[in-house]
Design a protein around this ligand. Structure first.
Ligand code: HEM
Ligand SMILES: [Cu+2]
Length: 546
């Protein structure tokens, strides 16, 4: 493994992805800020902009574009760092993928801005957007597949040169993440290519709504693990190095990733608990599989705290919690992802509530759900991605993270946590009182219950404003790290495995077994209900309500 900076060409590829990701973050956050103000009744949108138009832009730009671009950039950088300079094929695939994704994003964004695709980021049928919206999304997905192919070939070349050795942990994790992504996106590709595109072009009149939603959620749940796994890469491999410790166990980390690949896909029905037309047995089965994901999640929590404690004790900490003081609290490369980890505790607990049949009835389609994913993706994942950017961007541009920018990063993290505590806390609470998500400002004819929600929606707006300040801060820091910070070398931290850890069994690297098992689970969980849906679910013409 080389320790110097990445090959400049590999660095450019990663940087290009990260740049598009941050542009999407900025645009999406503007929409988010406006939404929070509209919902509280403080703002009326000018120029005929619709609330749902903004909400579509927010969901697409943040949940789909910011995440996917950042992740692919980070994964490419990780591959180059741990398996050596990218092969010409991997590099070419990376650039073709980048341009396909960027063109797709541009088409999709323009359609949303033209108000021709106000269908929210879940694009539920029978809402019908311009075909170009779906074509843009298809290009994003196909582009990501091409990038995936580049990473797989890079990995295969390394394996061939290093027969019998386990691959570098970070590359193994990048490959696992892309395998999960490709299996998952097959579902959304099928529905978009065979259902939405022909239907939105008018080639067919009707669409099987339940089938399209089922295929969407076949993708939509693993999507959240596609966001999380790169954050876990940082937690498992990068944080140990930053805190001056070692990776607790290489095998445990790999096993956790394999389990995520297995259990995060055949579980989409937990987003459809209240959907009619799916027999309770199949919902039950998929919810049982959903809860299996708790196993690798708790393994991760265990391994991380073990790393923190062992490293603290090796530095001389004593007592039950003495190691806490040994953590580098003033280093933003540690602090931001660590706060992300902490927020994942209530975030994960909320997820268990959402996935539980009875409790889901209480929170379904309320602002509680929105509160939940602003903790998980918009805080745990986002803060970890910021934490990665603080060293990755200067590493790629040949600059350094200065003490001033480091300090600003700490303040940014604190702002984010305070803003999110207010916004997400108010969303969770008012959701329990029944306030619906995805709803513009309304008092429902001054209904007393709806009036009760208003003070919470005001707190949401205050939190949203603080978050937006934090967005401006992170952009200021990133731009500085990219073009203005002093020249120098910033480390790409990669942890080493603790001497006491067990040797890694090569079985964990046998992708044929894991992909095979994943397919078996998917076939068991989906075949019968999907045949039932194809045969019996009614079809609907399209609607345009905006
Ligand atoms: C400046 C920071 C942010 C603010 C002020 C904000 C605000 C909001 C608000 C008010 C809503 C709810 C709208 C409704 O249901 O009526 C919302 C929805 C959403 N937000 Fe954010 N948000 C922010 C950052 C993020 C980030 C960083 C992500 C993801 C990485 C994200 C992902 C989402 C998603 C996926 C939705 C759901 C969209 C839908 O229901 O179709 N948000 N946001
Ligand atoms: Cu889910």
């Amino acid at each position: 493994m080389k320790n110097t900076a990445l090959h400049p060409n590999d660095g450019k590829l990663a940087l290009a992805h990260i740049a598009v990701g941050y542009i999407a973050l900025f645009l999406g956050a503007i929409a988010g800020l406006l939404q929070a103000f509209v919902r509280s009744g403080t703002l009326e949108l000018p120029a005929g902009i619709g609330y749902y138009q903004l909400l579509t832009a927010h969901g697409v730009l943040l949940a789909l574009v910011f995440t996917t671009f950042f992740i692919i950039g980070f994964l490419y950088a990780s591959m180059s760092r741990t398996t050596g300079d990218l092969t010409p094929f991997a590099k070419k695939a990376g650039w073709i993928g980048f341009w396909l994704m960027t063109i797709g994003t541009a088409i999709t964004t323009v359609m949303i801005l033209l108000n021709k695709a106000t269908v929210l980021y879940t694009f539920y049928a029978p809402l019908k957007a311009s075909p170009w919206f779906y074509i843009g999304l298809t290009l994003v997905v196909v582009g990501s597949w091409v990038s995936g192919a580049g990473m797989f070939s890079q990995y295969a070349v390394w394996k061939k040169k290093n027969e019998g050795k386990p691959s570098p942990l970070l590359s193994f994790m990048a490959v696992a993440t892309m395998i999960l992504w490709i299996i998952a996106t097959l579902g959304v590709a099928v529905t978009v290519l065979f259902q939405f595109i022909p239907w939105s072009f008018g080639l067919v009149d009707k669409i099987n709504v339940l089938l399209s939603r089922t295929l969407f959620w076949y993708f939509g749940h693993p999507l959240v693990y596609f966001w999380l796994l790169p954050a876990y890469m940082c937690w498992y491999v990068i944080i140990p190095k930053i805190i001056g410790g070692k990776i607790f166990s290489d095998s445990l980390a790999r096993l956790a990733f394999v389990l995520f690949v297995l259990f995060s896909i055949p579980v989409g029905f937990h987003h459809q608990i209240l959907e009619s037309g799916i027999t309770p047995f199949w919902k039950f089965l998929q919810i049982v599989l959903t809860f299996m994901v708790i196993v690798p999640s708790l393994m991760t929590a265990f391994a991380l705290f073990a790393t923190f404690e062992i490293s603290g004790r090796e530095k001389g900490a004593s007592g039950l919690f003495g190691w806490v003081k040994k953590l580098p609290w003033t280093d933003v490369r540690f602090f931001a992802p660590f706060m992300g980890m902490l927020v994942f505790i209530p975030g994960g607990a909320g997820g268990i509530i959402n996935a539980s049949n009875q409790m889901n009835q209480v929170v379904h389609n309320t602002l509680w759900v929105t509160g939940h994913f602003h903790l998980t993706v918009a805080t745990t994942v986002a803060l970890t991605f910021f934490g990665i950017s603080y060293w990755l961007v200067p590493h790629l541009t040949g600059r350094t993270l200065t003490p001033r920018l480091n300090k600003l990063g700490i303040i940014q993290t604190v702002f984010w946590c305070i803003g999110m505590f207010l916004m997400s806390g108010a969303m969770h609470t008012v959701g329990l009182f029944g306030a619906p998500r995805r709803t513009a400002y309304t008092t429902y004819g001054d209904h007393p219950q709806a009036l009760e929600w208003m003070s919470y929606q005001t707190i949401m707006a205050v939190g949203g404003a603080i978050l937006f300040v934090a967005i401006l801060m992170i952009l200021y820091i990133i731009i500085n790290l990219a073009v203005a910070a002093p020249k120098g070398t910033e480390e790409f931290p990669v942890g080493e495995v603790h001497e006491d850890a067990e040797k890694t069994p090569l079985l964990l690297e046998n992708w044929k077994i894991w992909i095979g098992l994943s397919v078996v689970l998917i076939v068991i969980a989906y075949t019968v209900p999907v045949i039932d849906i194809i045969e019996n679910a009614p079809s609907s013409p399209g609607f345009k309500f905006w």
